[in-house]
Ligand binder design. Structure first.
Ligand SMILES: NC(=O)c1ccc[n+]([C@@H]2O[C@H](COP(=O)([O-])OP(=O)(O)OC[C@H]3O[C@@H](n4cnc5c(N)ncnc54)[C@H](O)[C@@H]3O)[C@@H](O)[C@H]2O)c1
Length: 311
């Protein structure tokens, strides 16, 4: 089995490549290193069953593979708002090119979609039948609408060309190899705490998120890919335990032993106040649920950032 992972050098992609190699597959990573580097792959670069290709998914790709995980896309607001036109192109042209490849080589293909397709949700928690509440012209739209259009393309290729598809809606995921400066709350808090700098809390800190540890997420993606062809999704993956930003900040301070203070800043535009997955579908069909508790996952992530900052 040869497996292509686009965005393979990224945070999630690098963990997924390692897992697929451990499972015995041949793995090809495709990445343009926009938000990552080959260093994320240093632990697997020497593996003879692994290949790292520099390629932008906005352009067609011709490789012989059996399965495709399409993860290529900047995922944090700082990165995806840096060049919003390119972000939409990566989601839409990238999906078209990878679906075209899947069609040519009869590969099964999984899309890394996102909870952002629900926008600032009016129902809570969000299950897969909710169509979302998205601002189509705001600063987050390049990402949200790009991912929504990619989902449309996946389902049209499925209906029109009988492609085997899997659409995974990923909720906040964290762990080692997150980008230290991408503005995501877990990495922000940890880096600020380790540097004894103030922890920035947007709004009053009572908005909630739910955080899934990367090993749990990778397990979900692999189980979904391996599942019955009839199971197309969309399927939510994430942790259903909600945490306020204040609680997260206090945990990070406790686990790092930091003496940093908390500072409050205005909420960014279109920032959802609450975000929590309904994961009943994944539990029922894949017998999947997150296993790693927040403190344990934070400890592993803190150890990674401590090592990175000491380099
Ligand atoms: N981490 C999360 O919490 C989360 C949540 C929801 C969805 N996702 C999705 O999962 C995927 C991976 O996210 P991540 O957190 O690992 O982010 P990441 O930024 O670490 O990884 C994305 C990777 O895609 C690469 N990339 C970007 N544009 C590309 C292009 N045009 N061609 C080739 N490669 C390109 C980047 O260089 C990077 O290596 C993304 O599609 C993201 O939207 C992640």
């Amino acid at each position: 089995m040869t497996v292509l992972v686009t965005g393979g050098a990224g945070f999630l992609g690098s963990h997924l490549c390692a897992r697929l190699l451990a499972d015995g597959g041949d793995v090809v990573s495709v990445d343009n290193y926009f938000t990552s580097s080959r260093r994320n792959l240093s632990h697997i670069l020497d593996n003879p069953r692994f290949e790292a290709m520099r390629h932008d998914v906005c352009f067609p790709l011709y490789v012989e593979v059996d399965r495709i995980y399409n993860l290529a896309c900047p995922a944090s607001p700082i990165h995806y708002q840096h060049d919003p036109v390119q972000t939409t192109k990566t989601s839409v042209h990238g999906a078209i090119n990878m679906l075209g490849l899947a069609k040519r080589v009869h590969a099964r293909i999984l899309q890394a979609s996102t909870s952002e397709v629900y926008g600032d949700p009016l129902v809570h928690p969000q299950d897969e039948s909710y169509w979302g509440h998205v601002n189509p012209i705001g600063p987050r739209a390049c990402y949200d609408e790009g991912k929504r259009c990619a989902e449309t393309l996946f389902f049209d290729y499925h209906r029109q060309h009988r492609l085997e598809i899997k659409v995974a809606r990923i909720f906040n995921t964290y762990g080692p190899r997150m980008h230290p400066n991408d503005g995501r709350v877990v990495s922000n808090f940890i880096v600020q705490a380790l540097q004894q700098a103030p922890l920035t809390i947007f709004g009053d800190g009572m908005q909630t998120r739910s955080f899934c540890y990367v090993d749990d997420m990778v397990g979900a993606l692999v189980a979904f890919m391996d599942s019955n062809a009839a199971l197309t999704g969309p399927m939510n993956f994430g942790n259903a335990d909600e945490t306020t930003m204040l609680d997260l900040a206090e945990r990070v301070l406790r686990l790092t032993g930091s003496r940093s203070k908390l500072v409050f800043a205005p909420l960014p535009v279109d920032d959802p106040k609450q975000r929590c997955p309904d994961i009943a579908l994944a539990k029922r069909h894949l017998d999947w649920a997150p296993q790693v508790g927040l403190d344990d996952g934070l400890k592993a992530t803190i150890a990674y950032f401590r090592h990175e900052l000491d380099r």
